[in-house]
Each structure stands twice: as C-alpha cells, then as structure tokens.
Write a new protein. Structure first.
Length: 184
C-alpha cells in the first residue's frame, strides 16, 4: 500500500476528486480522532467530529492550499471538537479542557480581537524559541490537552515540576506577546 504525499492529495482536492477525502482520512484520520477523543471524551462524538473534519476540509480546499495537510486537518478537527465541547458543556466548567484554556487565557491578548495572522506568527516565533522539552510540555498541555499528571508520567517528571514549567512558559509567552504589541 503506497502512501500519497500531501501535494498529491491536495492536487486531488483541487481536481475535486473524492479520492482526496479517502486518502486524507487514511493518512490523518487516526491523529484527528485522537485529538477529538481527548477533547470530547466520547468516542461517538469524536467520530462525528472527524467526519465533519473531512467535509470542512473538502469545502476549504480549494481555495486554501495548506503547506502541511496534516496540520491543516488536525487544526480543523481540534477546532470542531472544541466547538462541539463548548456547545455541550456551556453551563458546566469542570473539565481539563476548560482548565487548560483558562490557564492559557491568562497570557493571551484581551480586549479587541487581535490581528489573527500577526498573533499566529508571534506565537510561532515564541514556540520556535523554546527548547524542545518546554515546547513538548507546552504543546502537550495546550494543543493535545494532556493533563499535568499525564505529562509528568510521559516525561519522567513530577506533576509539580510540570506545573512549574508550564507556569514559567506561560509567563514567557505573556512577555513575548507584550513585546510584540499585544496587551495581555
């Protein structure tokens, strides 16, 4: 079984060939499903979310031409899962997703909606500046929604050490965004 490369799959989308969806699902379905399950904590909801991901991807390419198809579809799956989670838990505030978003919210810009591209570039620059261990912990917590206890176990640290590192990294992000002109 040969694996199609991202540019070839994207070319199928531009040709409006339905094989694009099957190839995307074959290559990136498991990763999208893991993200959705971690956020929603419900297998059937995650499956629906992943199915919605393929439709949204089909409707987005073209005109979008992503550099990384994997990152593109995982971002769609993650955003759909978060939206589905928010809709289902509008009144409850007791999950790890809510806690991790609240933690991160302390160092993100407030007030007016920031320039999304500028903010994205600033955050990418920040992530590139982190050492690999800091970046893994940060992305594990705030992108993949792992708990500090799960990260501690995965990286051979104590939960307190993980929390301390995350707190310091959030502070670095806050300072980095302030230097970039974003009021935090």
């Amino acid at each position: 079984m040969t694996v199609m490369q991202d540019p070839d799959i994207i070319a199928l989308y531009f040709a409006r060939d339905e094989r694009a969806v099957a190839e995307t699902e074959k290559q990136y379905g498991p990763a999208c499903r893991r993200l959705a399950v971690r956020i929603l904590d419900d297998e059937s909801e995650a499956d629906e979310c992943v199915n919605d991901t393929w439709l949204k991807t089909w409707n987005s390419i073209p005109p979008a031409r992503p550099d990384s198809l994997g990152a593109f579809v995982c971002r769609i799956a993650r955003n759909l899962a978060i939206n589905r989670y928010k809709a289902a838990h509008a009144k409850r505030r007791d999950s790890t997703l809510t806690v991790s978003l609240e933690e991160l919210g302390e160092c993100l810009p407030d007030g007016e909606a920031p320039d999304a591209n500028g903010l994205r570039d600033l955050i990418n620059t920040f992530l590139d500046s982190l050492d690999p261990d800091e970046r893994r912990l940060f992305m594990g917590r705030y992108w993949h929604n792992h708990t500090p206890a799960e990260l501690a176990k995965a990286y051979g640290l104590t939960k307190n050490a993980v929390n301390l590192r995350l707190m310091r990294t959030r502070e670095k992000l806050r300072v980095h965004l302030a230097k970039g002109g974003y009021k935090v």
